[in-house]
Design a binder for this molecule. Structure first.
Ligand SMILES: Nc1ncnc2c1ncn2[C@@H]1O[C@H](COP(=O)(O)OP(=O)(O)OP(=O)(O)O)[C@@H](O)[C@H]1O
Ligand SMILES: [Mg+2]
Length: 220
């Protein structure tokens, strides 16, 4: 499903972030990526999402190299197949919560029937007509998660999706993410600093300067 082949990425002033990173994720795998702040986790998710391009190396999704797609094809792939939860939520301020969540369905011309259920699933029943400014940080984060899952994407990329939530709410939201990913046969990557959050994935990978390596499960 997702192949990282010798991916290199440096930012201006030559700071290398990712060096010869290779890894393959099978369809239906749900992994957590952990690692020190600044090691390049968000950079990696942005590259996989096609929001940024590697300096060298390839990222393939179902055999297609993202950076070689034209803009239209890349946009279509992202819109139909991806669900992305950013570290900063990117909820649109002038749309209501329902409209924010419905956006991927609208863009794909899909029926809007799941919006109310999804609002309820993230604990925001009856708040659909509210605007983002009327929400707390944790509530906004839940809107972003609902929006990322609503169109049943085949690849879910989540950057610290529960960083603003209390442990109980985080647990519920992580269970929702896992349920949706598994129900859709999707591939999922969650980036997190929380061991409890990471433990809800099938496997934990540690990102270091030396690459992505599985962390031995502690059986929790
Ligand atoms: N647009 C940018 N221009 C220059 N440097 C950047 C840019 N984005 C990130 N960096 C740098 O690249 C490195 C990796 O950043 P990244 O955001 O990927 O880290 P991270 O692993 O997600 O960290 P955190 O756990 O704090 O979210 C950091 O040193 C950061 O300062
Ligand atoms: Mg980050």
């Amino acid at each position: 499903m997702l192949e990282l082949c010798s991916v290199n990425k440096a930012y201006a002033e030559g700071r290398k972030v990712l060096t010869n990173l290779s890894y393959t994720l099978k369809a239906g795998e749900y992994v957590a990526i952990m690692g020190e702040s600044g090691v390049g986790k968000s950079t990696l998710l942005n590259l996989i999402a096609g929001l940024d391009t590697p300096d060298s190396g390839e990222i393939r999704i179902n055999g297609a190299t993202i950076s070689s797609l034209d803009d239209d094809a890349a946009t279509r792939l992202r819109r139909q197949q991806f669900g992305f939860i950013f570290q900063a939520f990117h909820v649109l301020p002038h749309l209501t919560l329902s409209q924010n969540i419905a956006l991927p369905l609208l863009l794909n011309g899909a029926p809007l029937d799941r919006v109310e259920q999804m609002l309820a699933d993230v604990g925001l029943r009856d708040r659909g007509h509210h605007f983002p400014r009327q929400l707390s940080g944790g509530e906004l984060q839940r809107v972003a998660i609902a929006r990322a899952l609503i169109h049943r994407p085949k690849l879910v990329l989540a950057d610290e999706p529960t960083g603003n939530l209390d442990p109980d709410t985080a647990h519920e939201i992580l269970q929702l993410m896992r349920t949706e990913i598994k129900a859709n046969g999707a591939t999922g990557i969650i980036v997190t600093h929380s061991h409890a959050a990471a433990a809800t994935a099938d496997m934990i990978l540690n990102l270091t300067k030396d690459g992505l390596h599985p962390v031995a499960s502690e059986g929790t």
